[in-house]
Design a protein around this ligand. Structure first.
Ligand code: IMP
Ligand code: MG
Length: 175
């Protein structure tokens, strides 16, 4: 596996995101909603750098089977009440954008005062929607990446760095 972002680079990116969010919201109370599972490490690191009064909740989506997108499912049973609140959705990566688009739609129906999104990674040239998140730590090339919360078939989330999964790392699917 080739390392794309090491621990120091990831730290600097999260620090940058936190600074932008702190500057944007000042001391206004904020509700953070993390999109599980991929955002859990970013969320843990990011929220400890945020300075305003904070509520934290989660919503769960899943879409990938291996490196291919499957049907998206959203489980919002654990979501906080966001009516009238300033909300930031947090996800690991903005790839086609369909996941955050669908979660954003669902959340808008719950009447937040404002809704923005923050991601660690934006995959260049892959977007299928006409917007991008307001807060992005890194633009990365179109490669499948793992680590720092991102998985391949639910593995590798614990790597402390971000790595490109290379063909040699994949199980042989020829039959
Ligand atoms: P989107 O809906 O295409 O934007 O995909 C977003 C979701 O797909 C993210 O929350 C990730 O869980 C997953 N995903 C997209 N690209 C990658 C990748 O390179 N590695 C691991 N997961 C990815
Ligand atoms: Mg995910």
């Amino acid at each position: 596996m080739k390392i794309l972002l090491n621990q120091d680079e990831l730290d600097a990116g999260v620090e940058r995101l936190a600074r932008e969010i702190n500057e944007t919201y000042g001391n206004r109370p904020l509700t953070i909603v993390g999109v599980l599972t991929g955002s859990f490490i970013l969320m843990a690191d990011l929220i400890r750098k945020l300075e305003m009064p904070l509520r934290v909740g989660v919503v769960q989506t899943s879409s990938y089977e291996g490196t291919e997108r499957g049907a998206l499912s959203i489980n919002s049973e654990m979501m906080l009440d966001i009516a009238g609140r300033d909300v930031i959705l947090i996800d690991d990566i903005f790839d086609t954008g369909n996941t955050l688009q669908e979660v954003t739609q669902l959340m808008k129906n719950l009447g937040p005062n404002s809704l923005k999104s923050a991601v660690l990674l934006l995959k260049t040239g892959r977007q299928e929607v006409d917007w991008v998140p307001e807060f992005v730590a890194f633009d990365i090339p179109d490669e499948f990446v793992v680590g720092y919360g991102l998985d391949f078939n639910d593995e590798y989330r614990n790597l402390p760095y971000l790595a490109c999964l290379e063909p040699a790392d994949l199980p042989n699917t020829d039959s």
